[in-house]
Design a protein around this ligand. Structure first.
Ligand code: GLN
Length: 378
């Protein structure tokens, strides 16, 4: 066939997970928790299935779930999104990103992305006829140079994609970044697609700057979040989009013909579970502890950790260990030492290799302990 994505290979996440399984390695590559979700949440899913909530939900998602999301967002950001017109449940964060781009990007529209960028951004833009315009961020701090953003902006710029906390680097936007973004987009019709799936996982007392907190940004932003990250249920594929009604209407229009609706009983279960804010607020402290634990164990290795502000990822330089390219290095340590990680060069269009790999620490302490026993030998 005449491929719509001629240059796309297999995503790095299943590639490294496959390699980890093949070599019986500890998988700190693909981002998913290896500890269980709440038994209460599982019981709620069972209950709702038994009660017969097994038929189609509305395209927007069931109302109680949209109401709980509106309450949570209002309490965390001060902005009240209308459950009726401004919140839509999606089949995970990735499908939310796909739906937003599908609805809003046309042939020739340019979309500014910051690289390393999560691997679905660029293919999603291209498959809808858009043109990704990457801006490269570099370690150690992966700061955005806003002058470079200004230079890239033209009448063709339709969208800027933001990701905070950022995957794969774990960096977060600062208030200064937000001010720059406000300045750059005011008096334009540029949209913002803001991937905030790690919104609850921010460390060291820092603040998550959601687009929802800033009216100038919120009115031009679609915000993506994910229950998988917050409730340790990445396989359930549920997330959501927040955004102004005029944008959400377009997304819902297409969504009804794409996936139509998302899984019904799990939406009811999550709505009940979210009625207790502690169930989503507690991940911050839980992951802070895991981050601290992993970082302290890593001191015994030859890896140099970069500073992370949020997410469940830790990046590290391995330049004291090897001169290999990061992909070769990640593959070799999976095979020889039994720990799988993610090379970050795959997230740059240009293939820029900063010799930085990403570890996922959303794991049981015993998993992290076993991984360190292997990593100290490298
Ligand atoms: N978001 C996860 C990660 O960054 C993986 C998602 C996926 O496998 N596509 O590792």
């Amino acid at each position: 066939v005449n491929s719509k994505l001629p240059n796309a290979g297999t995503s790095i996440f299943p590639v490294m997970t496959g390699l980890a399984n093949e070599y019986n390695a500890i998988n700190l590559a693909q981002g998913f928790p290896d500890f269980p979700t709440s038994p209460q949440l599982i019981s709620l899913v069972n209950e709702y299935m038994k009660k017969g909530m097994n038929q189609y939900a509305p395209t927007a998602g069931i109302l109680p779930l949209r109401e709980r999301i509106a309450e949570m967002t209002a309490s965390l950001t001060g902005r009240t999104y209308s459950p009726d017109t401004e919140i839509t449940i999606t089949a995970g964060g990735t499908q939310a990103i796909y739906a937003a781009i599908e609805a809003l990007i046309r042939d020739g529209d340019e979309v500014i992305i910051f690289e390393p960028a999560y691997d679905c951004y660029s293919p999603n833009i291209r498959v809808h006829g858009g043109i990704p315009r990457p801006i490269e961020l570099t370690p150690p701090d992966y700061k955005i140079n806003w002058d470079n953003v200004k230079k890239l902006i033209s009448h063709k710029t339709r969208m800027i994609m933001i990701n905070t906390p950022h995957n794969p680097t774990g960096t977060i936007l600062s208030k200064d970044d937000i001010d720059e973004l406000i300045n750059i987009t005011k008096d334009t019709d540029i949209l913002i697609l803001s991937d905030e799936v790690y919104e609850h996982i921010v460390f060291d007392g820092k603040e998550h700057h959601s687009m929802a907190k800033y009216p100038e940004l919120a009115e031009r932003s679609l915000i993506v979040s994910s229950f998988g990250k917050t409730f340790h249920t990445t396989g359930w594929r549920l997330g959501y989009l927040l955004g102004p009604a005029y944008l959400m209407a377009e997304i819902r229009k297409l969504q009804q013909f794409a996936i139509y609706t998302c899984i019904t009983p799990i939406q009811y279960a999550i709505a009940d579970f979210m009625a207790n804010p502690n169930n989503y607020l507690e991940v911050k402290e839980m992951y802070q502890q895991k981050r601290n634990y992993f970082a302290s164990l890593m001191k015994a290795t030859r890896f140099n950790l970069l500073t992370v502000g949020g997410s469940y990822f830790q990046t590290a330089h391995y330049n004291k260990i090897s001169n290999e390219g990061d992909y070769d290095f990640a593959v070799r340590i999976t095979k020889e030492f039994g720990v799988a990680t993610i090379p970050t060069s795959v997230f740059y269009t240009s293939g820029t290799d900063n010799k930085v790999i990403r570890f996922c620490f959303a794991k049981k302490e015993e998993t992290l302990d076993r991984a360190i026993e292997r990593l100290i030998k490298i």
